[in-house]
Structure formats: structure tokens, C-alpha cells
Design a protein around this ligand. Sequence first.
Ligand code: ADP
Ligand code: ADP
Length: 222
Amino acid sequence: MIKLADVEKVYQTDTIETVALNRVNLTINRGEFVSIMGPSGCGKSTLLSLMGLLDEPTSGTIEIGGRAVTSYSDKELAKLRNHKIGFIFQSFHLINDLSVLDNVELPLLYRAGMGGKERRQRALAALEKVGLSARTKHFPSQLSGGQRQRVAIARALAGAPEIILADEPTGNLDSVMGEEIMDLLLSLHREEGTTIVMVTHDENMALKTERVIRFFDGSQVN
Ligand code: ADP
Ligand code: ADP
């Protein structure tokens, strides 16, 4: 599903060069749920942003669905990002002055040919999956952290992605809400077969996934 070959990422600022990823070779299979662990600064977020096509490697190749990312046109890349990949962040990244329902519908506005009715249906179905059907008219500030993260998960799900990239999805939640979110991700994986790559600092969460990949200083260590 996602294959990185000899991937290097170097951030260059005026005076400093940081090697964030150092010749990484990594394959994530279709339908797999893997976690990425490692200390702060070891390259985890960089890895996710490359997998999510939000940034490009300095060298090496990334394949998504068996095809090198560099062989896609800009238009195809935009479609891939918008249709195949869903993101979840530690800090939820919801829009505070939009309702829960509008937040979940938002990414679907960029889907060519999708009408308002289908957007609404998909958003409602996604909110039902995360158990928030009774909160569609609420605003993010009226929800708990766990509920906000469930809205963010619904927003990712509404697009029916094949891959979910989650950057410390439980990092801002207490342990009870964290467990709830983890259970939700596990059931999505089980029921929909979604490929999930999750960055986490929490060993207990990581051990619930199928494979733990450990990084140190830009390299995989296991
Ligand atoms: P992690 O997610 O494991 O904390 P990151 O991928 O965020 O690690 O960062 C890896 C390294 O790259 C760190 O040394 C970080 O400071 C650096 N880095 C990340 N993003 C940038 C950027 N946009 N510009 C410069 N350096 C960056
Ligand atoms: P999240 O978005 O997962 O909640 P944060 O709010 O901590 O996480 O966002 C940190 C973001 O900043 C990461 O995406 C990371 O790639 C980026 N970053 C990390 N280090 C640097 C840096 N030195 N310069 C610029 N950007 C960085």
C-alpha cells in the first residue's frame, strides 16, 4: 500500500541542515494497522507527512498503491490526497466556528461532482460510526476532547479513505478517552479494513496494533 525506498528528508534552513529521515526503507501492507514510536525529533511527523503526500523526500522513492508518487500528475496527486488518505492529528484541527456536521462535511466540498445531499449523507453516516449522531449541531467548544477527536475521525472517514494517518491521536486525551479513541480506530480497522499508520508515544496503545515500528534519529531501529 505504501512503500518507502531509501527515503531521505533533509530540512535546510539558512544555517542549519537537519537530516530528519536517513535512508528509510519501509513497507506498509494494505489493511495493516501499524504504529510508529520513537523519541521527540526522531522523524515521526516527517514520515507521516511524506506518506500523506504533504511534503516530498529529498531523495529516495515513495510508492502508493504500487505506483511511484513521482509518476502521478499534480491533478492525480491532489485526488490521491483528497480521496485515499485521511488525517487525524493530536490537536484535532477542527474549525471552531463550524458545527460538528459542517466540520465533517468540509473536506467533501473539494470532491468534484459530489452534491450537497451526498455530502450530508456521508457526514451523518460517519458521525454515526463514531457515536456522535446526537451532537451534529454542537460546536467543537461544546465537546470533550475525546468527542472532538471523534469528530476529527468522522471527518477523515467521510471521505472513505484507504489509508488513515494518525499523528498522536490520543496524545491530548486522558487515559479513558485515549482508550476510547484507540478502540474506535481498532474497530474501523477490523470492520472496514482501513490501513492505519499511527504515531504514538504510548507503548500500551502501540502494542494494540499489528506492528510497532521504532525510530531513532531518523532511522528505523527494528
Ligand atoms: P518527531 O515527529 O519524531 O518529533 P519530526 O519529524 O517533527 O520528529 O522532526 C524530525 C527532525 O526534523 C527534528 O530535528 C525537527 O526539528 C526537524 N524538522 C521537522 N520539521 C522541520 C521543518 N519544517 N524545518 C526544519 N526542521 C524541521
Ligand atoms: P499535531 O499537528 O500532530 O497536533 P503539533 O501541533 O505538535 O502536532 O505540530 C507539530 C508540527 O510541526 C509537525 O507537523 C512537525 O512536522 C512540524 N515541525 C516540527 N519541528 C519543526 C521545526 N523545527 N520547524 C518547523 N516545523 C516543525
